[in-house]
Design a protein around this ligand. Structure first.
Ligand code: NOJ
Length: 540
């Protein structure tokens, strides 16, 4: 599909020049008043999304699901869960979004289905079921125990005994999410048909869930013991050779790309938590793989500062294959929010970084307001991953729209499925909308500048920190349009000193939203935790 989205960005494809916004539908906007967000809620908020300057929305799963993992356990790939609405509602959302120049990306959960999916029900019905091999079944170990030592991302063994047939099935996530057998060609064909079903409806792309763990070791060999020092969850910081990053996944990626290429201008983005050298392989040989394998560097970094950011940029740039389009992610529904990871001042800097670095920015709903992780009391905890001590509920609380009850997320008498964060009287759209210095105003301004400046949506990138420890400085440039980004991660005022970019500049935006006008670079000072965007006005 090709339509004029009014962005005025003539060069580059929409998923390259645009900004992608992730909506976690359960938490975005509840029109039905049952306490859970829905498609009608998203439709009602499309003008807000347009106002942000967003080009595409990615919806976390909206398919029928028993909700053991809040939609990431799919029981039908070709329908909509009633809690979110109907297929007609979806078609309306798609058409209304397209009318506004907004693309719609769906979440494709293909490592596993729900145990309530008809495929699994059939598979577990008997050892001789024609769909037995669609999932991964193993006999018990000689002592009757689990077949190997693999541990699930949600805690415990990856194996669940099916009493009826006396075999274990594999689930890398929740026990209600049995893993599909991606070595089975019928499974592949079935999922590719699912892709076509949505592409035919007009969907603009997919975010592919848990892509790097699709293929498992054929012999189900034990994983080595994890190193004594390691991270947790999807970003363990160590490899589990049993199921991570098998080279056969690359064949699947190129097959999926062929399906996407049956349609014009569709995008494939992939959830891949791997070190960059491995991650970039998902662009595929000669770029015949994913368009945007998610670069989680800014999410997984444990250090927030100029040095770590420039290291991230350098490693990523060095690893990117020729012609590969970069992308940056700041948050998602699985990770603590940026405002909680970095703090209010640095979360503004993080937005500036995300929206000015070279490549496609992927934003998480609510981060435009600086929404924080909500502290959820145990009795309200619903995330199955909480069993492994890593609840994600705090980053999934309802969008804070206004000063109304439940922050305007749902109707006054409804009970939201997760509590609304207590910060909502200050952090909400209604209040920030009219405050020219708010986080929201900053976010909108940055996107506006990104659209106006080819340097920002298309340009080259050169990091120019020199030996300045607290400053991150980089130059974006395209056909004479030159924009300098300077971020002071330090806690004191810093002088920029002269740089090899000329002397005269115009302030486009400060993260504090209070600086305008012309400046001389050699006499420029940045306040602590201030980021500045400058248009360079000397001839380049
Ligand atoms: C990754 C998703 O982002 C996460 O929310 C989900 O729990 C797992 N995949 C399992 O589908």
């Amino acid at each position: 599909m090709s339509f004029d989205d009014g962005s005025g960005m003539a060069e580059g494809l929409w998923w390259q020049t645009g900004v992608i916004y992730q909506i976690y539908p359960r938490s975005f906007s509840d029109a039905s008043g049952d306490g859970v967000g829905d498609l009608r809620g998203v439709i009602n908020r499309l003008d807000y999304i347009v106002g942000l300057g967003i080009d595409a929305i990615w919806l976390s799963p909206i398919y029928p699901s028993p909700m053991a993992d809040f939609g990431y356990d799919v029981s039908s790939y070709v329908d909509i869960d009633p809690v979110f609405g109907t297929l007609d509602d979806f078609d309306e959302l798609l058409s209304q979004a397209h009318q506004r120049g907004i693309r719609v990306i769906l979440d494709l959960v293909l490592n596993h289905t729900s145990d309530e999916h008809p495929w699994f029900i059939e598979s577990r019905s008997s050892r001789s079921s024609p769909k037995r091999d669609w999932y991964l079944w193993r006999d018990p170990a000689p002592d009757g125990g689990v077949p190997n030592n693999w541990t699930a991302f949600f805690g415990g063994s990856t194996w669940e005994l099916d009493e009826g047939t006396g075999q274990f099935y594999l689930h890398l996530c929740h026990r209600k999410q049995p893993d599909l057998n991606w070595r089975n060609p019928d499974v592949r064909a079935a999922i590719y048909d699912v892709m076509r079903f949505w592409f035919d409806r007009g969907v603009d792309g997919f975010r592919i869930d848990a892509l790097w763990i699709l293929i498992k070791d054929e012999d189900f060999t034990d994983n080595p013991e994890p190193p004594s020092q390691h991270g947790e969850g999807f970003i363990g910081g160590y490899m589990r050779p049993g199921f991570e990053d098998h080279s056969e996944v690359q064949d699947i990626v190129s097959e999926m790309r062929m399906v996407a290429d049956e349609y014009p201008e569709r995008v494939l983005m992939g959830e891949i938590y791997l070190p960059v050298e491995r991650l970039v392989r998902y662009y595929g040989e000669d770029l015949t793989g994913l368009h945007l394998p998610f670069n989680f560097g800014l999410v997984t970094t444990t250090e927030w500062g100029a040095r770590s950011a420039s290291r991230l940029v350098a490693t990523y740039e060095a690893a990117l294959p020729e012609g590969a389009w970069p992308n940056w992610v700041l948050g998602n529904h699985d990770q603590p929010r940026i405002a909680s990871r970095a703090g209010e001042a640095d979360s503004r800097m993080a937005q500036m970084l995300l929206l000015t670095l070279q490549g496609t920015p992927i934003c998480y709903f609510g981060d435009e307001l600086g929404m924080r992780d909500c502290v959820i009391p145990d009795e309200f905890t619903v995330d199955p991953q909480a069993a492994a001590g890593r609840s994600r509920d705090g980053a999934r609380t309802p969008m804070q729209w206004s000063l109304a009850p439940h922050a305007g997320f749902t109707t006054p008498h409804a009970v939201p499925w997760l509590p609304v964060d207590g910060s909502y009287p200050n952090i909400n759209v209604e209040v920030q909308d009219v405050d020219p210095r708010s986080h929201l105003s900053l976010f909108r301004r940055l996107i506006e500048l990104r659209r106006e400046h080819p340097a920002l949506h298309l340009g080259s990138q050169k990091v120019m920190n020199g030996d300045r420890e607290e400053l991150l400085v980089f130059l974006r440039e395209h056909n004479g349009d030159r924009v300098l980004v300077i971020l002071n991660f330090g806690s004191s005022v810093l002088a920029v000193d002269s740089m090899e970019v000329g002397e005269k500049a115009r302030v486009l935006c400060s993260t504090l939203m209070d600086r305008f006008g012309d400046v001389y670079i050699s006499s420029l000072e940045l306040r602590s935790h201030e980021g500045l965007l400058l248009a360079l006005t000397d001839a380049g």
